[in-house]
Design a protein around this ligand. Sequence first.
Ligand code: CA
Length: 219
Amino acid sequence: MIKVLIVEDEKAISNLIRLSLSKEGYVCTCAFDGLTAVDLLESNIYDLILLDVMLPHVDGFELIEYIRPLEIPVIFITAKDSVLDRVKGLRLGAEDYIVKPFEIIELLARIDVVMRRYQKCDMVLQIDGLKIDTRSMQVWRDGREINLTKTEYEMLLLFARNPRRAMYRETIYERVWGGEYPFGSKVVDLHVQRMRKKVGWEQILKAVNKVGYRLEVPE
Ligand code: CA
């Protein structure tokens, strides 16, 4: 499940993108201004952001400064077919850009390339002495393989890909199990405790009061 945040204030374009991406199996959320996008990014995890440049309140160029530390790939959507805008977007860290009006088929192709590039970079993650191979779904510490359940593995990967970020129990549940977090459930806590013991993260995967958990590793 690839989650996409569409930040675009023109409802017709936003709808068109959402419908087309949903048909391809992407899970989409729409924000119609920059501030809403910031709110959504604070409590949700996305795999890709489609970002319009001209937005009310906070524009796309300001927003990408905020997004960069989250390490989520961004594709700029720009109305201005100006070389300067495109260069600025890429310099600010966007993976790609697309100029309005565009054909959906082109957008899909660009998304495909960006997602493949990201997954490729991510094939082997090294974090706090752990080695995670995302192709074989194997995990090692100091050369010794650790056996994890599928749930534990997905949880580990979620934290490894979002270090230093407070993760809500609701978000963890949604990403690992799918669907709405059952109110008052202890399922996330139980699995986090078991997983962090197995991989040796007792000291660094910390509970965040009233929120969930955060992986504390140096930058
Ligand atoms: Ca706009």
